[in-house]
Design a protein around this ligand. Sequence first.
Ligand code: C5P
Length: 311
Amino acid sequence: MTTVSTLPEVVTVRAPAKVNLELRVGPRRADGYHGLATVFQAVSLHDEVSVSRSDEWQVVAAGHYADLIPSGTDNIAVRAAQLVAERGGIDEALTIRIDKDIPVAGGMAGGSADAAATLLACDQLWGLALDRDELSELAAELGSDVPFPLLGGNLMGSGRGEQLTPVLARGSFNWVFAVSGTGLSTPEVYAEIDRLRADADVPEPRVSARLMAALRRGDAEALGSALANDLQDAAFSLRPELRELCEAGVDFGALGAIVSGSGPTVAFLTASHEAALDLSVSLSAAALCRDIRRAKGPVHGAHVVPAPRTP
Ligand code: C5P
């Protein structure tokens, strides 16, 4: 007897945003990238990407930040889909719908989450059954931050951020994110850190024992004071108002404040869900940012959202 397997008509995948709990940036390498030592945490702001067959490549944007993402074929999700097509020997165009809830160009890897979601969605749509290692390899070709949202949780990143290893961690953390009106370009922030450190002897990057101990214990207060980001001074230099925003959040009771990745989103760690609500109200009243979002971390990485059952 032969088994006929039917491929799905549409596949939807959810992928999370990230915050770097610590981001240490080494010297600029010969290939233009910087060696990193970082700890990523996936947080509960998600994009959803749906892929379906189509006569031509197109991106349809929906959701909170829909108006801010490229809708043409230069969207990273199209590049992700075409990479999977190439790997699988598939010659088919897709419509890619992106339901955007992760701040755009905010340092939370929203574009990377879309790329990761698209890789997994295309794999399922075309029935390729690529394993996690193969997907991670494709993800690293698309960008340094793309492998992380495939896996989620808490992970240490090295290399240019794409080499991931587990970290011992417990607990759940309550975050408040202050989102700016306009994004920052990651290459510009890295160029600024090079400029600021032009005369400095930059050591090889290492994550601190203090941060790892705080995560191991699930100790929010210790984690708050161990948050660190080498890109923060570069982000402050390009956007001086971010310093004031960080200070305001700490004055309002946050356990710690940090520019998320290359910014300009600022992440505040709080002691509880209630403390996160209180901080949101205070930040909102101070009118220092465009948007305020609350989230918990860690959460799982990219996963398929089951299709609604047909009756
Ligand atoms: O890898 P991705 O395309 O996301 O990187 C965008 C840019 O950010 C790179 O072109 C580079 O300028 C900078 N970058 C870096 N070092 C890293 C990651 C990114 O200099 N480890």
